[in-house]
Design a protein around this ligand. Structure first.
Ligand code: GLN
Length: 244
């Protein structure tokens, strides 16, 4: 039995629409696979050694919270980038995803510098992009659908055309409602607008992270889980959004 530990960044500030449910899902699935997983909360002004974690997770937050978190993350940006570049799995939702770019400008012109890890930026507009969304994503060389819910004022543009998005939009808005892309992928990082129970509704994405965490630890996951209920939920949403 192996022990995994996930860092939950700023749970008191960055947690919208039940984003933290993704952690419960990872913990539970790791348990079902015969391992255990703890979650450590990282708050403002606390030090973090990314080498002690198997994965990092940050949910979405409003512009105010994004500003506070940005200031704090900036102090640790070099360390964070090193960890991500070395393949640390990371799931960063909405406001957290936006912080990875060069800047975020709100609809009323307030500009927030980003961490600048990727050449992407976000421009806020008054009309929010809200609703259910379905993507086609390539995970472990298999194209799979991913269902979710999005709610954002920001339109994100991947300026660097060599950047890989998380998926292609089949229904919904995605990064900006125009170019058909959603989120960003880099090594084992996924930045996405998909809020709430992303992993419970998409066990393939949960297992994508679990398999990487396990491989990085030299742990073999051989059992497979009965995902009948999860797959049923996934299919129901997909049918509702895409039609039959
Ligand atoms: N401020 C961002 C936006 O609305 C992020 C909000 C969120 O995380 N849902 O675009």
């Amino acid at each position: 039995m192996a022990s995994f530990c996930i860092a939950h960044l700023y749970p008191d500030l960055m947690n919208l629409y039940g984003d933290r449910g993704n952690l419960i899902c990872l913990q539970k699935r790791l348990e079902w696979y015969g391992h255990n997983c703890s979650v450590q909360s990282i708050s403002l002004n606390s030090d973090i050694d990314y080498r002690t974690f198997d994965m990092i997770f940050m949910g979405g937050g409003s512009d105010r919270e994004q500003g506070l978190v940005y200031q704090d993350l900036l102090r640790k940006a070099d360390q964070l980038w090193k960890a991500l570049d070395a393949g640390l799995p990371a799931l960063l939702i909405c406001g957290a995803y936006q912080l990875l770019g060069t800047h975020y400008e709100s609809f009323d012109g307030k500009k927030l510098k980003g961490l600048g890890f990727f050449n992407l930026y976000t421009q806020g507009e008054t009309e929010r992009l809200i609703g259910n969304i379905v993507l086609a994503c390539r995970l472990n060389n298999t194209v799979t659908t991913v269902v979710g819910f999005e709610n954002h004022a920001g339109r994100t543009y991947l300026e660097d055309k060599s950047l890989e998005s998380f998926g292609t939009v089949l229904a919904g808005f995605g990064n900006n409602g125009q170019d058909g892309h959603e989120g960003v992928r880099y090594k084992n990082l996924i930045g996405t607008y998909l809020h709430g129970p992303l992993l419970p509704k998409n066990p393939a994405v949960a297992d994508f992270f679990i398999n990487i965490m396990a491989a990085r630890k030299g742990v073999n996951i051989t059992t497979s889980l009965n995902d009948r209920l999860e797959d049923f939920a996934h299919q129901q949403i997909k049918r509702r959004v895409l039609g039959s």
